[in-house]
Design a protein around this ligand. Structure first.
Ligand code: AMP
Ligand code: FE
Ligand code: FE
Ligand code: ZN
Length: 289
């Protein structure tokens, strides 16, 4: 589904759980022939500066964003936020709180793992940079480096699967709080991979209705993890609430098989995001023509 000059609105750098620096990610996006790319690291905007600088050297539009962790009960719900103000005090405070909770949770997971396996917190730290949003992928990388798992995917299916008994959730705001935070920061909220767990686990209509009232802009319809029936339900909800639909790769470098540009977003939707987002300026949007 790669299209020349297409828009890929969901990617991760090593500032969260991708494997490339923000600058390398921009170079990879240019090499993949993308016309627009959004950097959406988990719960942080720390990669924006480097990405902006690199994007400015190429004929590519950069939409700075993030992927905010939220929780509905026990269920993890990811919310993309485009063009938020990175200084917005509400968003800064909440993302700091989430990152701290993630770090403490990762330490507890490693504590539990260390009772049965030869792994310590320093092994995980070695897989991160200062300020990295720590997640299970970094514990996975440590397990791989120690020879306890063969790769990230195997680790997620093995020791880091909830069934194995080591992992636990971390604090996150509700999806409604997430939409409000992103909107208050001038951003454009889009639900990430809402059909990833199948039709029956797509957010209920009343919940989506609440999010729409709070200013939800769109649903990430085209994403490799949305199942066929999940995608059908997401399309129904988009029609029901007149929401925009987006498509993205959720690229994580070598951390996941997802390839840049494997799904893309229609130019008209990209234009709407560029018009609606007021928290920060995109890079190179004038070149978009
Ligand atoms: P966490 O937020 O710490 O619970 O970890 C979940 C993150 O791990 C997601 O954001 C994904 O990017 C990543 N992830 C989930 N499953 C896999 C997998 N099978 N292989 C690699 N990364 C994964
Ligand atoms: Fe991720
Ligand atoms: Fe996600
Ligand atoms: Zn993602």
């Amino acid at each position: 589904m790669r299209s020349a000059g297409g828009a890929d609105l969901h990617t991760h750098s090593a500032v969260s759980d991708g494997t490339e620096s923000p600058a390398d990610l921009i170079r990879a996006a240019v090499a993949a022939g993308l016309g627009t790319v959004a950097l959406t690291d988990h719960d942080t905007t720390a990669g924006w500066g480097e990405a902006r600088e690199e994007a400015g050297r190429h004929d590519i539009v950069l939409i700075p964003g993030l992927e905010l962790s939220t929780l509905l009960g026990f269920r993890s719900v990811h919310m993309l936020g485009y063009l938020v103000d990175p200084q917005n005090s509400g968003l800064v405070a909440e993302t700091e709180r989430i990152r701290t909770a993630r770090r403490e949770r990762a330490q507890r997971i490693v504590d539990r793992l260390s009772r049965d396996h030869d792994i310590q917190w320093s092994d995980v730290v070695a897989q991160t940079m200062p300020g990295t949003t720590v997640g299970r992928p970094h514990i996975a990388d440590a397990l791989v480096a120690l020879g306890l798992e063969s790769d990230r995917s195997a680790a997620f299916a093995g020791l880091l699967h909830p069934r194995a008994g080591y992992v636990e959730p971390h604090y996150a705001p509700t999806p409604l709080q997430g939409v409000r935070l992103i909107r208050a920061a001038g951003g454009v909220p889009v639900l990430a991979h809402p059909g990833a767990s199948g039709r029956d686990r797509v957010l209920p209509e009343d919940v989506v209705g609440e999010l729409v009232e709070a200013g939800l802009f769109g649903l990430e319809l085209y994403h490799r993890e949305n199942t066929p029936d999940g995608r059908e339900r997401v399309a129904e909800l988009a029609r029901r609430f007149d929401l925009a639909v987006t498509g993205s790769s959720d690229y994580h470098g070598t951390g996941k098989p997802n390839r840049l540009g494997e799904h893309t977003t229609a130019p008209a939707v990209v234009e709407q995001i560029l018009e609606l987002g007021t928290g920060t300026a995109p890079v190179g949007a004038a070149l978009a023509g």
